[in-house]
Design a protein around this ligand. Sequence first.
Ligand code: ZN
Length: 199
Amino acid sequence: MKILIDNGHGSNTLGKSSPDNRLREYAWAREIAVRLVDKLKSLGYDAQRLTPEDYDVSITKRVLRANEICRKHGTKNVLLVSIHNNAAGNGKWGNAKGFSVFVSKNASANSKKCARLFTDEAIARKLMGNRSIPAEKYWTWSWTTADIGILKQSNCPAVLTENLFMDNKEDCDFLLSEAGKNIIVDLHVAAIEKYVKSL
Ligand SMILES: [Zn+2]
């Protein structure tokens, strides 16, 4: 089983930071991705980062990489997890807080199963904030006809985690704390382990 960890965005991605600029999504996601891959490897999993670069790698290139690995290992033997922070998006501190996990509109049963496991682990860690949890226990871009490119175009099961709101003060403090980082990594490890064992 090949586990691909994608850290969203790059140092050259505009915006994508907390209102006070303490948290930059590209840097936070990379730190978590590195810790997560290390932890998965220490547990004996074959994990690697999809985008080790610091700069932003286009979705097209990410998908090419993921699908090349799918060709080598077989689609069912690959899982892709893309790590992000959510934002209400008006550049000021906001009230929206909590974890959510997304799949594409064309998601496979395994993508949905994996996403549900992520939601369960987030609930277990009381990280849902004020997100209302859909019955399916995963989210899609239901408000638009557009879709999440990295998830839609990758051939393997794929989920995208929105790890709390970087523009919520409480979430931001948590995300930047050592305890918070450990809990987020632990959540990902637990969900991935349960998914792999379910296959
Ligand atoms: Zn993002």
